[in-house]
Design a binder for this molecule. Structure first.
Ligand code: PLP
Length: 388
């Protein structure tokens, strides 16, 4: 293969493209993490990150991947043997429930077909049946990155309330935060888990827990073992703008800049932009005559679209052709949809022409790989992009 020219198209559903301003902000000298300049940086990001979660409560920031932030949410709030209610919405929901089992929790897993989000009626049913209140937490992945399905968290909250059940609500927003409307406080979420590498437009390396008062209260008696992930010493040091250990200083420079960029665009505009690009992508998929994995109109993701290939066609081969010919990375099918699905990420630092280029590459790649498609996909997407 000849040396690629121009920018690589990174159109996986995260890590997403990092804006130049963020890259520049990170390429600064690392400072003393116990000095006064750091305290100012720490306070700025700790104050500034709340609105993205829709919270006025504390947000704990870890030098970690999203998986670490998952673990933090569980070990700070739960005790060995506690029951948690989980939903098989896709690959990431399964990984989180597997972790819960490994940590000594008892998981009630509601099976799913990977084409739907969490069903609020099932939440209500399960919790109403749990008259002894043995279920201590409900775990929901807001945006299933493996399927392109977004669960309706506000409706899950309403279902928990209708059941009159005291379980904590733990939500993974690793691939939705800063891209899809999300309201930690308003929706009564107890722990919101997130990561830096998707809607926040940063490289991988920061994990987040937004924490409700109820979750903080639960952490005082939670019995699972924890040390590094323990919220208490972090929240204590955060009051002065510090961390109890060496924080990811340069990622925090990047976070400060990313928060400024999101604020400048306005979160409502950011969310609308993602929805619009997702609609244009779906127009292309339908124009090609292919099937979208998400089966419920209310649950289409604004962040990515997972596309099913017709029987006998290999999604990984399509991705390979597109990488080799057009230097574009697309998301692989994960878990039980490996090989049958590929995923287009349309999130973060992204615009109309990035989408047009992405879809052009996908259309050409599908044809080169011999997948029978109608060429009207691109036209349909461009027609959508001509509209506001
Ligand atoms: N949850 C979701 C929804 C994700 O998309 C991912 C990663 O893509 C994770 C959890 C795991 O996060 P990480 O790979 O940063 O540990």
């Amino acid at each position: 293969m000849s040396r690629p020219t121009g920018r690589h198209f990174l159109q996986i559903p995260g890590p997403s493209n990092v804006p130049d301003e963020v890259l520049r902000a990170m390429s600064a000298p690392t400072i003393d993490h116990r000095g006064p300049d750091f305290a100012e940086l720490g306070r700025t990001v700790l104050d500034g990150v709340g609105p993205v979660f829709g919270t006025t409560n504390p947000v704990v920031i870890y030098p970690s991947s999203g998986t670490g932030a998952w673990e933090a949410a569980l070990v700070n709030t739960l005790s060995p043997g506690d029951r948690v209610l989980s939903f098989e919405t896709g690959h990431f929901a399964l990984l989180w429930q597997k972790m819960a089992g490994e940590l000594g929790l008892q998981v009630d897993l509601v099976p799913g077909d990977w084409r739907h989000g969490v069903d609020p009626d099932v939440v209500e049913e399960r919790l109403t049946a749990d008259t002894g209140h043995e279920v201590k937490a409900v775990c929901v992945v807001h945006n299933e990155t493996s399927t392109g399905v977004t669960s309706r968290v506000a409706e899950v909250r309403a279902a928990i309330d209708r059941a009159g059940h005291p379980a904590l609500l733990l939500v993974d927003t690793i691939s939705s935060l800063g891209s899809i409307d999300y309201r930690h406080d308003e929706w009564g979420v107890d722990v919101t888990v997130s990561g830096s590498q998707k809607g926040l437009m940063l490289p991988p390396g920061l994990g987040f827990n937004a924490v409700s008062d109820k979750a903080l209260e639960a952490s005082r008696s939670a019995g699972l073992k924890r040390s590094y992930w323990d919220w208490e010493p972090i929240l204590e040091a955060n009051q002065r703008g510090f961390w109890p250990y060496t924080p990811a200083t340069n990622l925090l420079y990047g976070l400060r800049e990313a928060l400024r960029i999101l604020d400048e665009e306005g979160l409502a505009n950011v969310f609308a932009r993602h929805q619009r690009h997702a609609e244009a992508t779906r127009a292309a998929v339908r124009g090609w005559g292919l099937e979208i994995l998400c089966a419920d109109e209310r649950e289409h993701s604004g962040v990515l679209t997972a596309i099913l290939l017709p029987d006998g066609h290999d999604a990984d081969q399509v991705r390979r052709v597109i990488l080799e010919r057009y230097d574009m990375s697309l998301g692989a099918g994960l878990g039980k949809v490996a090989g049958t699905v590929f995923r287009i990420g349309h999130l973060g630092h992204f615009n109309d022409l990035t989408l047009a280029g992405t879809l052009a590459g996908v259309q050409m790649g599908l044809r080169l790989a011999g997948v029978p498609i109608d060429d009207r996909g691109i036209e349909a997407a461009l027609a959508r992009l001509e509209q506001p």
